[in-house]
Design a protein around this ligand. Structure first.
Ligand code: GAL
Length: 432
């Protein structure tokens, strides 16, 4: 097929484009995970409940994706459905996701599958969760089971979604389960998640090799935030941006491509595998202005604070995040030295007004198109999200979907922005 095909190791593959979701945010009734318990305790403003009922309506949703022409779809498997109690495996979950994969296949949609998207089985949490190095073995046992079962359907695996966002909210800010606020805990989880990725990476490749199965590409989905000093003339602000950018954006990728982890506190570690990324999974949303501060309670030796800037004239999404498509252009250029294709696993906006979403999609896909023209290898673009869904601690208020969900009737309605996404991705694919 003429048109744009992704260079390097994705040569045989056309551009992957479409949208993304995660199990807890759309499926409904994930009663065996830690988020569900957190919600029942009243720790957040809303409960996920039946969410979008995607668990029962996935066929309808995939038919809709097909009607929009998407070539790929990212979603997550819910560990707590497979293993609701320690080492007790639920066949119904295996059957269910088997049907999910078949439905995607029937609709000609390439699955991009996340193994861990913020939720854990309650029993795993009770065993100490990600705080204990030995618990990684539980995660790997689950990975083995699902990869052995569904490997025949999958070329693209995402091991862990946004490890640093997860550990920040769960172990440092204490706003997500297990609600811990501790630097020490956060560093432990930082390291255990990094190792979990390396171990899962190796396991997935081994399992595919044993079966001489089709090529497989494994990465994680790394949240990347564009950062600017609040005052470009302030050395303190610039140093803060540099250190925060290193820790938040680059450190994982550096460690996973070099096999060497150096982190503050003068700890050095060698990872058991030098190269454990086949592509760079990126989630990009926004720009943060950073001001150095002596206030406690923030990252990096308590010296960072987001500049509030609520009165500044920049455009923001429904949750107040700054819209900044240039950040996507700059990050795509900054990823070049890794010499790996980039898959944009999430990029999107919550907006009450779909015209704002249309502008967001146009400007960010323009950034992708220019980066490709400049020689950056972009394997695909997955908009967050297919449909409005449960936005964690923010509940159902923020509307991210190219498909609107009426939470009373659970009816889906395609928004105009969905057609814009289709038109622009098709154009991008048709480019020489
Ligand atoms: C990402 C996360 C998604 C979704 C999105 C919008 O950080 O992976 O689950 O919530 O942000 O906030």
């Amino acid at each position: 097929m003429p048109g744009y095909s992704v260079p390097d190791r994705f040569m045989h593959h056309t551009f992957l484009w479409g949208s993304a979701t995660s199990s807890h945010q759309v499926e409904g009734n994930n009663v065996h995970n830690d988020w569900w318990s957190w919600e029942q305790k009243g720790a957040v403003i809303e409960k996920s409940g039946i969410a979008c009922d995607h668990y029962r309506r996935f066929n309808e949703d995939f038919a809709l994706i097909r009607s929009l022409g998407h070539t790929a779809h990212r979603f997550s498997l819910e560990w707590s459905r497979f293993e609701p109690k320690e080492n007790q495996w639920d066949e119904r979950a295996f059957d269910h996701y088997g049907e999910v994969f078949q439905s995607l296949k029937k609709n000609g949609i390439e699955p991009v599958v996340t193994l861990h998207h913020f939720t854990n089985p309650v029993w795993f949490h009770e065993r100490g969760g990600w705080l204990k190095a030995e618990n990684n073995a539980y995660f790997l046992r689950y990975v083995r089971r699902v990869v052995e079962t569904y490997g025949k359907y999958v070329k693209f695996w995402i091991t862990i979604n946004e490890p640093i966002v997860y550990l920040y909210y769960s172990y440092l800010a204490g706003e997500w389960p297990p609600g811990i606020k501790s630097y020490r805990a956060a560093w432990k989880v930082f390291y255990h998640l990094l190792l979990a990725h390396v171990q899962a990476y190796r396991l997935i490749h081994d399992l595919y090799e044993q079966k001489s199965a089709k090529p497989v590409y494994v990465s994680l989905a790394k949240h990347w935030t564009e950062m600017r000093p609040d005052n470009p003339n302030s050395i303190a602000d610039r140093v803060t941006v540099f250190s925060r950018d290193w820790l938040f954006n680059r450190l994982y990728f550096d460690a996973l491509t070099s096999g060497f982890l150096f982190y503050p506190g003068l700890f050095c570690e060698y990872l058991p595998l030098r190269q454990s990324l086949d592509f760079l999974g990126i989630n990009y949303y926004t720009l943060q202005r950073i001001r150095s501060s002596s206030k406690t309670g923030e990252w990096m030796g308590a010296m960072v604070e987001h500049a509030p800037g609520a009165d500044s004239p920049v455009e923001r999404n429904q949750m107040g995040w700054v819209i900044h498509p240039e950040g996507l252009s700059s990050l795509l250029k900054r990823l070049r030295p890794y010499h790996l294709p980039v898959l944009i696993c999430e990029n999107g906006i919550c907006a009450e007004n779909d015209e704002q979403r249309v502008r967001y999609i146009q400007s960010h896909l323009q950034a992708v198109t220019s980066a490709i023209a400049d020689g950056v290898s972009v394997a695909g673009y997955l908009y967050w999200s297919l449909m409005d869904n449960f936005e964690w601690a923010h509940g159902f208020g923020p509307r991210f979907g190219i498909v609107e969900v009426d939470y009373k009737t659970l009816q889906r309605k395609i928004r105009p922005s969905a057609y814009v996404l289709t038109e622009l991705c098709r154009k991008l694919m048709a480019q020489p």
